[in-house]
Design a protein around this ligand. Structure first.
Ligand code: AMP
Length: 194
């Protein structure tokens, strides 16, 4: 199973990806997680991405495409994968098409989590509070200013991917406003065999 999860920040892509990983024995490929790991490790990519991510802007396409093309070629990704947070621009989607073509692979679907923008800010505030109450370091981009920037980046640069994949007949839209279990069930229902 090879999937993309598409949706604005706070739509639940990470949560649903983890469930898909358990259910299908695939790997989660989250460019956000990979970039955060690069920042923690202090790599050149991490140094380049740090301030951009803290502001809520998108990291340059060539950087994330490079990360994904390395990761997708690792043996564990051969079991299948769910792309969480990639692609985020049409350029990235075109690069992904090229990568998959070269590998002789096809996507099984692109799942869009549809969520009202109004509730996203509340979700992000809750994630921030939950992480703090668990004593975990809160994400520096889970504050209202950076969140607005992230939402703007989604609207302008990522939302066009909905049409991109719809035109290819790959788009499956589900209601992301329901409870976590209901959203998981809706995703299962739109996937092959569901
Ligand atoms: P996420 O964890 O998916 O919310 O991503 C956190 C941040 O990492 C984003 O706001 C971007 O700054 C950066 N990022 C993650 N994935 C991408 C991507 N595919 N393209 C550009 N920037 C990305």
């Amino acid at each position: 199973m090879r999937l993309i999860l598409l949706g604005p920040p706070g739509a639940g892509k990470g949560t649903q990806s983890q469930r898909l990983v358990k259910k299908h024995g695939i790997v989660q490929l989250s460019t956000g997680d990979m970039l955060r790991a690069a920042i923690t490790a202090g790599t050149p990519i991490g140094q380049k991405a740090k301030d951009i991510m803290a502001r809520g802007d998108l990291v340059p396409d060539d950087v994330v495409v490079g990360i994904i093309s390395d990761r997708i070629n690792e043996p564990d990704a051969g079991r299948g994968f769910v792309l969480d947070g990639f692609p985020r621009t049409v350029k990235q989607a075109e690069a992904l098409d090229g990568l998959l073509d070269k590998m002789g692979l096809k996507l099984d679907g692109v799942v869009e989590l549809k969520v009202d923008e109004g509730i996203l800010l509340k979700r992000i505030a809750k994630r921030h509070a939950d992480m703090q109450s668990r004593g975990e370091a809160a994400r520096p981009d889970d504050n209202p200013e950076a969140f607005e920037t992230r939402l703007g980046a989604y609207r302008e640069q990522t939302a066009p991917l909905i049409d991109y994949y719809r035109r290819r007949g790959a788009l499956r839209s589900v209601d992301g406003m329901a409870g976590v279990d209901d959203v998981s069930r809706s995703i299962d229902a739109v996937l092959p065999g569901g």
